[in-house]
Each structure stands twice: as C-alpha cells, then as structure tokens.
Design a protein around this ligand. Structure first.
Ligand SMILES: [Zn+2]
Length: 381
C-alpha cells in the first residue's frame, strides 16, 4: 500500500493540514488528518494534494486537438492534459459539416472505448451565428432531431454533453430528445432572452456552456441567458477562469450565486494551450495567438473574437484561487461537480475512500508537480 503524507489534502469536508492518503492499487483506501501511524512512502510536506481535475470542455492542447487531425493527435491531446492534472476529460468538437462531425464522433468514441477520454461534448452545430465566437457560421444548423440522432449514433453512447442555442426553431424538441437520450443539454452560443432560456431549462437543459461568454450580456430588465442560468438551481454553470474570458468579479459572482456544487471550471483549451504564440487551427477556423490570447484570424488578417483559451484546467484552478475562491470550492468546481455531471461521482472526483486514486500534487503556488491516475503516477513528484 502506498502512503502519501505530510501535505495539505483537499477533501470534500475541508483541508487536512497535514493529512495523509493511503492507496490500494487504483483506489483510495483511506484518508486522514495528522500523521499516519505507518511510515509514509512519500513525504509531501509543503505541497497541496487535490483531486484529479475533470475538464468537460476542451478542444486541444500541446499543439494538437480533438477537432482536427488523425486519431494519434487526439491521443496526444488527451496525454497533454493528463500530464497537467486533468485525469478525466470530454473531447469537445466545434461546428463543422454534419458528415465531418459524424466521422470525428465515431473516431473519438474509440478513444472513449479505450478509457482515454470520458466521452464527447458537441459544441455545435445547433448554435446562433449572433454569438458564434470562434465557430464557423457557415456550418451552423437549425436544431434537427434527425441530425442529432445521427450524431448520437456515431458517438456510440459516448455523447455526454451538447451545447444548444435555445432560441432557434426546433430547439425545444431537440432538448427534449437529447435529454431522453441521457445527454446533458447545455445552453450556449446563444442570443436567447431570459424567458426563452427558462423554457429551455423546463424542457430539460441543465447546464451552461462558458457562462457569460457567447451569450448576450445580462441587463437588469433583460437578464438574458446568463441571468436565467444563474437563477435556476438545477443548472450547473461552466466558467473559463483564465483571466482573459471573464473579469474576476464575474467569476466570484458566478461562484457565489451558484454555490460550490453548481460551478464547473473548464479550460475551453485549444491546440495552442501550452504552446508559444503563433498560428493554430480550431476546426475550420484559423486562430492567431498573441500574448497567450487566442483569437480568430479574420479573412482580413485582423484578429477577431476570442477563440477558446490557451490555459490548462490547472491554470484556471490557480487563477480561481488567486481570484479569492476558497480552495475546497475550487476543487469542487474542478473535480467533484463535473464528476457528478458525468455520472462518475461514484468513481472519481474527490479525495475520498473508495474512489479512484486520481490526484494532483501541487506546489505552494498551485502549480502541478505530479499527477496520479488510477493509482499510477503519470508524472512523479
Ligand atoms: Zn469551446
């Protein structure tokens, strides 16, 4: 049995400082505070131990992506994020021609069969051109149940989340069909009013794709999708806490309004994450990264909308903590809540006995120093 001791262990019930974790193969056997009776195998004094991060919105990283390129590059993308602490992730696709999305969904379903990813997130094609962000409006479609069923079939049971603009014709039927199929419906890339969004929630939508980004700004007489998504308790909200997409006040307000069990940190990372400034791709769109900020490269050659992030989920964890969120709430938003959203809360998402030994050892500044997945070190301390 492997015993890790001496660090600050972030559990659902608080920080054990110092605390210890005893591992049994791929699982956490026991967690406690103080000094263990047995001799620790690994001394983690001065370090933080957080549950492995779970990123449900990620397109790429380390120069490769899920959105284009061969299957080996998709594997590299997953490996890049695992090495930075994301022990569980969905692969997020962006708007593309329907046949291409079917092909990629089938390819990524193979990675899910192999356990490299926990499934797929479709960010498109049923989105609003009015808030397209970095998505290609030429391939956006009105919500269509038959098209959804083709995509769902291609993903062979691995489609977990779909982002929909609820104001589009046919959206309510699509939300109902996806919910019946067990797929989480997220509201996003939308120009919906608050009332339209409430109707979408009544139809089964339970999640917000990067709250505030890709939706009309809230106004006190028309709070928009953001207002409705914050208001309804059954809705979980993603935030991209990278210091670029949201002001820290917006992060804190979302955290306070949703509470620790309803906020979800996501990276929305693109291929440029972990890479130098330069030119990249996101689906059919060209992306230029300058100063670590990814923007769509317009046909004119000018930078346009923000095109995903260059952050890992670990970067957003560090930023959320520096923005003032309590460490335990950040661990909930980065691990426990997304685990519950994916139906994996009986298997991972917290440093609790019986769950998978998925953990991230961070230094004093919350920089990842070691990553363990299912009891195996991916990077050693
Ligand atoms: Zn995205």
């Amino acid at each position: 049995m492997l015993l890790l001791a001496g660090g600050r262990i972030v559990t659902p019930d608080g920080v054990l400082s110092p605390g210890w974790i005893r591992l049994a193969g791929p699982l956490i056997d026991a967690v406690g505070s103080g000094s263990p009776r047995d001799q620790p195998v690994l001394d983690l004094s001065g370090q933080w131990v957080l549950p492995g991060f779970i990123d449900i919105h990620v397109h790429g990283g380390g120069g490769t992506s899920f959105t284009e390129g061969p299957v080996d590059e998709a594997r590299q993308t997953a490996a890049f994020h695992r090495g930075h602490g994301t022990t569980t992730m969905l692969a997020s696709l962006v708007t593309a021609p329907l046949a291409e999305l079917e092909t990629r969904a089938a390819m990524l379903a193979g990675l899910a069969d192999d356990g490299l990813i926990a499934g797929l997130h479709l960010e498109g094609p049923f989105l609003s051109p009015a808030h397209r962000g970095a998505q290609d409006p030429r391939h956006m479609l009105a919500p269509d149940v038959a098209a959804f069923e083709r995509l769902h079939a291609a993903a062979r049971g691995h489609l977990r989340v779909i982002t929909v603009a609820p104001e589009l014709p046919g959206a309510i039927e699509l939300i109902e069909a996806a919910t019946r199929a067990g797929v989480t419906v997220a509201v996003g890339h939308t120009d919906a009013t608050a009332d339209v969004t409430l109707a979408a929630i009544d139809a089964g939508a339970t999640h917000a794709t990067h709250l505030f980004n890709g939706m009309r700004p809230p106004h006190h007489r028309e709070p928009g999708a953001a207002g409705a998504l914050l208001d309804r308790d059954e809705v979980t909200c993603e935030v991209i806490a990278d210091g670029v997409h949201l002001h820290d006040i917006a992060i804190r307000l979302a955290a306070r309004l949703k509470g620790p069990g309803r906020l979800v940190l996501v990276s929305d990372a693109v291929a440029a994450a972990g890479m130098p400034d330069g030119r990249y791709r996101l689906g059919s769109m060209r992306v230029a990264v300058a100063g670590g900020v990814a923007r769509v490269l317009e046909d004119s050659g000018q930078p346009g909308a923000i095109a995903g992030s260059t952050a890992t989920l670990a970067d957003t964890v560090r930023h959320a903590i520096s923005a003032g969120l309590p460490v335990t709430n950040v661990a909930a938003a980065a691990s426990t809540t997304p685990a519950r959203l994916l139906g994996l809360d009986g298997r991972t998402g917290a440093l609790s006995p019986g769950l998978a030994a998925d953990l991230v050892v961070c230094d004093h500044y919350f920089r990842p120093r070691a990553v363990m997945r299912q009891g195996q070190w991916l990077a050693r301390p």
